[in-house]
Write a protein that binds this ligand. Structure first.
Ligand code: F6P
Length: 551
């Protein structure tokens, strides 16, 4: 095992510390004095135009960040990931989501197995299945075609599929609807199935491990609802599960135990982390919804960004630069959070998706060798689509006391070009996208506020300090490829930060304790006196109150 490099012990870190201490951020002056600034700090990444110029970035900072990348061996760690080395140390696994989107003509032998051949074997099976469902060749028990696909999963087996389904709504086949059940709160399943026609509904049970309490409980509830709904109609239930339930998992033996025909199961491998799995068989619901051709374009988008990440030097490598900038803000400016603000309504679940990707990956306090981290790690990622966020929390980003770096994402071509009177509504929308980053960068001085005739006593309240860092990402349109590109971009940003901090971004031990305790507490909630007695005083009182309240 390679010992992680302590970033704080490198000369690059020392340089960054000095640059931070000496820095007097002044984006107004930096732009005024340097007409090339916007161009110099803007990059092309596949279809994405990425403008880093409104960050607290200078040539010296960029070169020190690139030096840091080399000092912590980021290029070598990246190469190790792509080659299938077991860089997920605590689980002793390869980390190969990049192999999920490589062309069929490639070969990559890992642990004695050609993983690219395996990936394309499963993709072909998924595409054939998707074609059958979409064409109406796959029918339900009464011979009717499928109209609704319900994906049951949680975490990585839900957030990616939901986010991409929402992002690519304009590509979803007419007459086909997808729904997603994730929460073990029975309200979720009840609301999602209540108006469904069992004869035209197909369930996909998606779980990497096929042991997750929420997913298996929801799958059983859905199965009970489905069989009861058929019986209510006087329809036969014999053989119905095989026509209405399929599975996605790495544990095909457990799929069979649940009663799903393994022929109707789509596999993947333990080298795909849950939060990195939307482009594996976990995306089966998407292949059905948008069709194999668009799904291939989606994978192509990931691959284009993978190629850039694999080949560019740190100083020109967009995901690395964005990850290194995040390190710059977290470790030197003490930023505790990072906003991701899509000016694209279809990306309304993007921040929720990123929360698992980034925070389950980098919310760690020990490094991959078990030693404590040497810096802060894992900022909070959050966001909402613009312009809704503007009327909610932007006040704090503009004038609050915390530095909150923010990524603004927009597309040039809307799915629904619309005019309000003579005005193109998308252009009004994009004006907001542009105005916000300008306001955050350049602010408004007291003199400018006074010049508007503002009474002196309220001048301070109307001053904007500026120098609030933002990255602007602009894509031609929200195509399947662009959505794949955006996901891969953030996957590699997350990887970059994890390597600098020396942590294993691919395990998630922090979610285990709560899961275990929930199972231990369940008997007490259900009325077991001895189990209740074993709880702490607070938990005991809450359970007692719950049992009093429960009708
Ligand atoms: O929350 C922990 C976790 O293991 C996630 O990493 C994963 O995406 C989720 O649970 C669901 O796991 P599975 O796909 O095995 O049901």
């Amino acid at each position: 095992m390679q010992t992680p490099v302590d970033p704080t012990a490198t000369s690059a870190w020392k340089r960054l510390t000095e640059l931070h201490e000496a820095m007097e951020p002044d984006l107004r002056a930096w732009f005024a004095d340097d007409p090339q600034r916007a161009e110099r700090f803007s990059y092309e990444l596949a279809d994405l135009y990425v403008d880093l110029s409104k960050n607290l970035l200078t040539d010296d900072v960029l070169s020190a960040l690139a030096e840091l990348a080399e000092a912590v061996d980021l290029p070598a760690r990246r190469d190790a990931m792509y080659a299938g080395e077991h860089i997920n140390i605590t689980e002793d696994r390869a980390v190969l989501h990049t192999a999920l989107r490589r062309p069929a003509t490639d070969t990559l032998v890992v642990d004695g197995q050609d993983v690219i051949a395996d990936v394309h074997g499963v993709l072909d099976k998924i595409y054939a299945f998707a074609d059958r469902v979409r064409s109406g060749q796959w029918t339900g028990i009464t011979g009717k075609p499928i109209e609704t696909v319900v994906n049951i999963g949680i975490g990585g087996s839900d957030l990616g599929p939901v986010m991409v389904y929402e992002a690519l709504k304009p590509y979803v086949k007419d007459g086909l609807e997808c729904r997603f059940i994730s929460n073990i709160d029975p309200a979720d399943c009840a609301e999602k199935v209540k108006d469904l026609d069992p004869e035209t509904t197909l369930f996909i049970i998606a779980s990497k491990t096929f042991t997750t309490l929420e997913t298996l409980t929801n799958a059983r509830m859905a199965r009970d609802w489905f069989l009861a709904a058929l019986e209510e109609r006087g329809l036969p239930t014999e053989g119905a599960i095989a026509k209405h339930f399929v599975a996605v998992s790495t544990a095909l033996d457990k799929v069979a135990e649940f009663g799903i025909d393994p022929d109707n199961a789509f596999g993947f491998w333990n080298w795909v982390g849950g939060r990195y799995s939307v482009d594996s068989a976990v995306g089966t619901v998407l292949a059905v919804a948008i069709g194999p051709e668009h799904f291939k374009e989606f994978l192509g988008g990931f691959h284009a960004v993978d190629e850039h990440f694999a080949t560019k030097a740190p100083a020109e490598n967009v995901p690395m630069l964005m990850g290194l900038l995040n390190v710059w803000y977290v470790n030197f400016f003490k930023a505790a959070s990072h906003a991701v603000l899509p000016y694209a309504q279809y990306l309304h679940r993007f921040a929720a998706y990123l929360q698992q990707l980034t925070m389950e990956s980098n919310g760690k306090s020990v490094r991959w060798d078990g030693s404590p981290v040497t810096t802060e790690t894992g900022e909070i990622f959050w966001g909402e689509p613009g312009t809704n966020g503007q009327h909610a929390f932007y006040q704090l980003i503009h004038q609050g006391t915390q530095l909150i770096p923010a990524d603004f994402i927009a597309v040039a071509n809307p799915a629904h070009p619309t005019k309000d009177g003579g005005v193109d509504v998308h252009e009004l929308f994009l004006s907001n996208y542009l105005a916000q980053t300008a306001a955050l960068a350049f602010g408004k001085t007291a003199e400018e506020v006074r010049a508007e005739g503002t009474p002196e006593e309220i001048v301070p309240a109307r001053v904007f300090a500026g120098n609030r860092p933002t990255t602007s990402i602009l894509a031609p349109a929200l195509t399947p490829s662009v959505v794949g590109q955006l996901i891969a971009l953030y996957e590699h940003i997350t990887f970059t930060q994890g390597i600098v901090w020396g942590i294993d971004s691919f395990d998630q031990w922090g979610v285990e304790l709560g899961k275990k305790l929930a199972l231990e507490i369940a008997p007490a909630v259900q009325g077991d006196a001895a189990a209740l007695e074993a709880q702490d005083a607070s938990t005991r009182a809450l359970i007692t109150r719950y049992r009093d309240l429960r009708r």
